[in-house]
Design a protein around this ligand. Sequence first.
Ligand code: FAD
Ligand code: PYC
Length: 416
Amino acid sequence: MQHYSFVSLLQHALTGHRFWGPAWRKAEPRQHYEVVIIGGGGHGLATAYYLAKEHGIRNVAVLEKGPIGLGNTGRNTTIIRSNYLWDESARIYEHSLRLWERLSIELNFNVMLSQRGVLNLAHSQADIREGQRRVNANRLNGIDAEWLDAEGVRDFCPILNISPQARYPVLGATLQRRGGVARHDAVAWGYARAADARGVDIIENCEVTAIRTAAGVVTGVETTRGPITAEKVAISAAGHNSVVAAMAGVRLPLQSHPLQALVSEPVKPVLDCVVMSGAVHVYVSQSDKGELVMGAGIDAYNSYAQRGSFHVIESQMAALLELFPIFSRLRMLRSWAGIVDVAPDASPIIGKLPVGGLYLNGGWGTGGFKATPGAGWVFAHTIAYDTPHHLAAPFSLERFTSGALIDEHAAAAVSH
Ligand code: FAD
Ligand code: PYC
């Protein structure tokens, strides 16, 4: 692992960073690996890191069709929280939040976690009931959660419009103070550097085009950079998991949709918490650069086009101004989309697939950034032992035949 002292930082600054070595090797694919991970987003990289660090499995390749971290990892709005309703979800997201809380030290890489508090607004009696129920459920699971009335919301976020004359007045909110934001690409870079330092090959511009099986067991993959054999193949290709799993003949209950976000021009610090409203439908935080970072619900149609669109910009601005009239003269800079894959119960699928040696970590939909460390942790364990980690077990593919669904549509807080 590399450590940068103040002196070495100064030396690099004075030499124009010309002698600053790459954070991870540009690895060439080898013919065989013990484990091949498909997808070099935060989840795939975290999985590789924990395989090497926690389980001593270093003969691992992460295959990424583009550069690492340019999928949803680099496109998300970075909200982190663990205030999900059901016990199974609360446990896995809280496990992840605890890993976040020491991640910068663990990776020796500043992921800029900022626990500034996340508000989920209530605008109706139904919202209040759902929010209060969730606060109680969270507390029973040891998760910090508070209920604020409208005045409490105004005290926490003074620029929010809580006028009773608003079209959807703010009646209260859940608050998770340990929730917040982090720097998304730092997460990919930090895990990549730490995994590489433990011998993992990170192979960019290497698209998996086929999964090879024999007698019901995985034998390897075909890629744009040649065939690779492997004892185990782990799919972590958010947005495209159903496409990749179909290469091994596995049909997944996932639908891929664009999810759009946008940022404003940078302004001075004005918003020091995260605000989400499922009813008005917008969520917003302010980045360290000063931009307001906002997002929408998923596009209604299935698509693989990673593009923003005008109707979403228009409806997001209307929703934003309803909650924050103070932003009425702000200019927007850019919008974009990522492709998220959503399961019918808005919960992920983590575990073994019905082909020997084939594993999936996917279906995180609109909410997998916050799960990056936790998902990597439980997925690495599942691959290493060929048995689901106990936190992952409820999220198996079998729940769609057993009926043990984990409905998190409300806690997902982004409409599906
Ligand atoms: P990705 O970074 O998408 O990684 C998957 C990788 O697989 C990609 O790099 C892709 O190129 C690669 N791949 C695909 N097919 C192949 C192939 N055949 N061969 C090789 N590689 C392949 N979550 C939150 O918790 N909080 C938020 O605030 C939040 N906001 C969001 C806002 C937007 C606009 C979007 C789009 C998503 C948001 N999410 C949020 C969701 C979150 O980003 C995802 O759930 C999470 O990032 C998915 O895991 P990942 O990081 O590994 O995915
Ligand atoms: O899961 O908290 C979340 C989230 C916010 C925006 C998109 N997803």
